[in-house]
Design a protein around this ligand. Structure first.
Ligand SMILES: [Ca+2]
Length: 680
């Protein structure tokens, strides 16, 4: 905090003094807090950031509030949620287990707030384990918008998705409004966190929203991108005269696409626009409620996206139909992701501006002392949200916790920005997800794509990262690399593969980007067909083990070699033999991992149940690349029929050997038998 430099409002003075005294502000003086996070929204996907998509609610909040032109997320779903909630970099906070952090819900609950969340969680345990008094939503990273999935919870209890009339974006706000009614009854100030899954894939829209956008994307991504660039120039969001990045080689010109490819791509963007429009409509319901109850001006509202538009083109189903029901699901397109991240380069997961640049809007008439419609041009980050909320509400962020070894937060309060003053960032902003890295220090940015050679940009002059100065500025380059390494170690506590040296040769592609070399095929993984076909091959011997999504599986003697290329990878056994001995069991194996995340075993005794429905057992994993034995209890008296084993939560590699199910009476079913050929 740089309190001395802040022109203090009455509210800030009270908040600061009482926070120091450890006394809560009077309820009437404390703002309500509404944090809205959307999923995979591109930098230019809102009207007030250059889009043709109609987002009048968010545009109005921006016009009466504050927009950021350099607000950063972490480029990925779960890590952004961790940073948003804890004020820390994801790895420092204990990753998805939050084992070294407290959440904003815990901070505000302890300060006397009513706390509630709706939508996507995507971390370990449940929101109700981390300070939320109320929670409605799905614990999973993504689900069918019309049918949901088996991870829905209402206040800590499983919740069955209705078979009719359900759409997650709407349900998230239905429950948000219910919780606000309950907050009113509590007479406390409230904190509501709405985490929309939209517009994350599967691309599925409500029919009326889809209809609205039909015909608007026939002109293709080159034309839409150009239109967004022009609109951004008019909005004065970016440095004047900025140069938009050109279309990269891995995306063809729209005019060169075949007719079936154009028809399919048009359908995908029509759906995305409809989904984003629906998010704005639902935020409109929240805003209307706040207005009608006289709370709009006193509520601190944040809007952010967890990462840039997604280029990963996975399986699309029902591509000849309209994606307006739960039976059709379209995947993302690398071509449209490029247009949606206008004017930047790269996408979700990459630490270039296209991956980490998010629209960010703050609306708080009673707390902002700047003119409505202002643009903050200083870099800010999701890690700043918790410290800002704490200062705005007079809540104290604890430095000790009974069960968790807390690490210091890295974010800093943006209250100076709310006062129209300069923010003095005390430390560079650090970026790391899997093999993608970056560092933002003042005007300068260090960045590496998939552990390729470091690149260096001066963002004041070159916000779109077109002129690599790594060769021209060797001393600055080395100093920033050293700083990146120092922070990776001392602040993030990152180890192993995530901090391995960069490669000497450039990396130019990703296996899950759209393969435009052929027309789309229903039900087939659209990206990098060759690599992924190899990934689906099952081991020849033993019980049939398959690779889950984002996993390449190879049998090497008595070992399984797993290569993870995205979220939620792992292996599964869909048909364990009937007549297997009864439980309880232990699942035993040895694992050598160079990845991140905790382990999870899912199992069911019902052959008709699809995992992850059924039972779940979490366990912790050492990711030091060494072999370690694991033995996971599977608590059932009956016969196990299906099994799923997740040993990572993102990219990386692992080897498994000796995978077996052991019964209590000594029976053993070996899922990876020892190699008999002697080849080890
Ligand atoms: Ca996301």
């Amino acid at each position: 905090m740089i309190m001395a430099a802040v022109r203090l409002t009455t509210l800030t003075v009270c908040g600061f003094i009482l926070a120091v005294l450890g006394l809560p502000l009077a309820a009437a003086d404390r703002p309500n807090v509404l944090v809205i996070m959307v999923d995979d929204l591109g930098f230019s996907d809102l009207g007030c950031y250059g889009s043709e998509i109609e987002t009048p609610t968010l545009d109005a909040l921006a016009a009466n509030g504050l927009r950021f032109s350099q607000f950063y997320n972490t480029a990925k779903c779960h890590s952004s949620r961790v940073s948003l909630l804890t004020g820390q970099y994801c790895i420092a906070a204990g990753d998805t287990s939050l084992s070294h952090a407290v959440t904003s819900a815990e901070v505000l609950r302890d300060a006397g707030y009513f706390t509630a969340m709706t939508g996507k969680w995507h971390l370990k345990q449940e929101p109700t384990d981390f300070g939320f008094d109320r929670y409605f939503g799905h614990l999973s990273g993504a689900c069918n918008y019309f049918k949901g999935d088996g991870t829905f919870r209402l206040n800590g209890k499983p919740w069955k998705v209705p078979s009719e009339g359900f759409y997650t974006t709407v349900a998230d706000v239905d429950y948000g409004l219910k919780f606000l009614d309950q907050a009113k009854g509590s007479a406390k100030p409230w904190f509501l966190y709405v985490a929309f899954n939209a517009p994350h894939a599967p691309l599925q829209a409500l029919p009326q929203d889809y209809e609205k956008y039909e015909g608007r994307y026939d002109s293709g991504w080159d034309a839409i991108r150009e239109r967004r660039v022009q609109r951004q120039r008019d909005l004065d969001l970016l440095p004047s005269g900025f140069e938009a990045s050109p279309r990269p080689d891995h995306i063809p010109a729209w005019e060169s696409l075949s007719e079936p490819r154009q028809a399919f791509e048009t359908k995908r963007m029509t759906t995305l626009a409809a989904m984003i429009d629906r998010v704005d409509q639902e935020i409109g319901r929240l805003v209307a409620h706040l207005k009608s109850t006289g709370q709009l001006d006193s509520t601190l509202i944040w809007f952010v996206s967890d990462n840039g538009a997604c280029p990963y083109d996975r399986v699309s189903r029902g591509i000849d139909r309209e994606p307006t029901s739960g039976d059709v699901s379209l995947s993302d397109s690398t071509g449209w992701a490029w247009a949606r991240n206008t004017p930047f380069r790269f996408y979700k997961q990459n630490q270039f501006e296209g991956g980490i640049g998010t629209p960010a809007i703050v609306h708080w008439p009673e707390g902002l002392s700047i003119e409505g419609g202002s643009i903050c041009r200083e870099p800010a980050h999701l890690i700043d949200i918790l410290p800002t909320i704490a200062e705005a509400t007079g809540a104290a962020i604890p430095i000790q916790h009974d069960a968790r070894e807390l690490r210091p937060i890295s974010g800093q309060s943006l209250m100076p920005v709310f006062e129209g003053r300069q923010l003095r960032r005390e430390q560079p902003l650090h970026f790391l997800f899997s093999e993608d890295r970056g560092l933002r220090d003042g005007d300068w940015k260090l960045v590496s794509f998939r552990r390729g050679p470091w690149e260096l940009y001066n963002l004041r002059e070159d916000r779109t990262e077109l002129n690599d100065l790594a060769q021209a500025e060797p001393r600055r380059l080395q100093a920033m690399i050293d700083k990146w390494r120092e922070m990776a170690g001392e602040v993030l506590h990152a180890t192993g593969r995530t901090v391995a040296p960069v490669k000497s040769e450039p990396v130019e592609t990703h296996p899950e980007w759209t393969d435009f070399s052929s027309d789309p095929v229903d039900g087939v993984r659209a990206s990098a067909k060759k690599q992924m076909t190899r990934g689906k091959r099952e081991p020849k011997a033993g019980t049939s083990i398959r690779a889950r999504k984002n996993t390449r599986l190879e049998r090497r003697g008595d070992r399984l070699q797993l290569t993870f290329t995205g979220d939620d990878p792992g292996i599964a056994v869909d048909h364990l033999p009937g007549g297997l001995f009864n439980g309880p069991y232990e699942l035993s194996f040895e694992l050598a991992s160079e990845s991140t995340g905790d382990g999870e075993v899912f199992f069911t005794i019902d052959a008709a149940t699809s995992l992850p429905r059924g039972n779940r057992q979490a366990f912790s994993i050492k990711h030091d690349g060494q072999w370690h034995p694991y033995s996971i209890p599977i608590a059932t008296e009956k016969q196990i029929r299906k099994l799923r084993l997740d040993v990572a939560d993102s990219e990386g590699t692992a080897q498994i050997r000796g995978l077996r199910i052991c019964g209590s009476s000594g029976d053993v079913l070996s899922l990876i038998p020892e190699a008999t050929s002697g080849k080890r």
